[in-house]
Design a protein. Structure first.
Length: 378
């Protein structure tokens, strides 16, 4: 019965979150004379997508902009690709990054290096695998100015191919729309905010007031952490739909998804809020997977009470309804909704592996670097 009730709550949360989530609007696009925007992109071994991403920034219809890419000691062709692009376009500045000093993780340090060279009144932090449509920046600036915000996190379109990407990556929109996102997007509370590594536009003064990336030097989830610090420093933050303007192929295939989220999942659960989130996450995974197991067992002839079978069917049905609603809202395929219980089981494994790497192996591994887990933080 608890799982059925939770399924109903998930549907309700989706309806509230979808109704209260703002989006980029061409009618609000900033015109000529807007503030200078400094786009900052950290890149380490990104030869697969860096050229398309950088070209998308250089093709923005927002003219008052500079693009800064920090080559974070890449060992592949990233540096050569960036050098060729810089020769083509004087608005592109390529920074040759250095190894992060002791106490710093690689990505926060690369972002810090880029931010120290930025001249803009507005800073746009974007991952190196995200492609921006030409109107993305002008619409984001227009929205930030019209709503008098200090930070806008851009919710992208995930490009998903094959079974595993469609099944496992669905957890990202699910965790947002089946959670209290409407509170994260509200100024009624001053503790938490939603971040998006795909793209975050922030006022430079708000960034500095939040401590910049120096305050995030050991942060494993720097986008969410930055948004939270901006809000706690008094800034107004919003997550907005930008799925028609930003496209992202984050990981390719099962192994990349599994390893990618193993890196940082354990670091979500820090402090009292993290402990509460850990309990909520555990309950969610169980509530999403256990009813389906009950139904399979009943179909196989296990002696399960009819009432329990009915409640399990209600729980599965409510959750699948919510998943289908998210898929339709974001224009994703609906069929992965049917794999929701299986998705939950795999994410239990991802979370367990992430916790093991943090507390048993005591090591963080990513992009050829290793860090002691004790230095890393949320």
């Amino acid at each position: 019965m608890a799982s059925a009730a939770f399924g109903g709550v998930c549907v309700l949360l989706f309806l509230v979150n979808a109704a209260t989530m703002d989006g980029l609007d061409p009618a609000l696009a900033a015109g000529p004379g807007g503030p200078l925007v400094s786009t900052i992109v950290p890149a380490r071994d990104e030869e697969r997508g860096i050229e398309a991403a950088v070209r998308s920034h250089l093709a923005q219809d927002y003219a008052n902009a500079e693009v800064i890419v920090v080559d974070d000691r890449s060992t592949d062709a990233t540096g050569a690709i960036l050098a060729a692009l810089a020769r083509e376009n004087p608005r592109l500045t390529v920074v040759s990054g250095v190894e992060p000093p002791e106490g710093w993780l690689g990505k926060p340090h690369a972002l810090h290096e880029g931010a120290t060279r930025a001249r803009g009144e507005l800073l746009l932090f974007a991952d190196a695998d995200v492609r921006f449509a030409p109107a993305a920046v002008s619409e984001a600036v227009g929205l930030l100015e019209a709503r008098r915000l200090d930070l806008v996190a851009l919710f992208p379109r995930l490009e998903l191919e094959g079974f595993w990407e469609n099944v496992l990556m669905a957890y990202l929109p699910v965790s947002y729309f089946f959670g209290p996102a409407f509170l994260l997007n509200s100024d009624a509370q001053r503790r938490f905010a939603a971040g998006a590594g795909a793209g975050m536009l922030v006022r430079a003064r708000a960034y500095r007031a939040a401590g910049g990336h120096e305050a995030l030097r050991a942060s494993m989830i720097d986008d969410l952490h930055l948004a939270t610090r901006v809000r706690r420093a008094g800034g107004r933050c919003r997550m907005v739909r930008a799925d028609e303007r930003l496209r992202l192929r984050m990981y390719r295939g099962f192994r990349e998804v599994f390893d990618g989220f193993t890196k940082n999942m354990a670091y979500v659960f820090e402090g009292w809020a993290g402990a509460a989130l850990a309990l909520t996450t555990l309950f969610s995974f169980v509530a999403w997977s256990l009813p389906a197991i009950v139904l399979v067992a009943a179909a196989a002839g296990a002696g399960i009470a009819p009432r329990d079978v009915v409640w399990a069917a209600v729980a599965v049905g409510a959750t699948l309804l919510g998943r289908a609603a998210i898929a339709r809202f974001l224009a994703y395929p609906v069929w992965p909704a049917l794999t929701h219980p299986f998705m939950a089981v795999v994410w239990i494994a991802i979370t367990a592996r992430s916790l093991a790497w943090r507390f048993l192996h005591r090591e963080v591994r990513w992009r050829g670097r290793r860090y002691p887990a004790a230095m890393a933080r949320f």
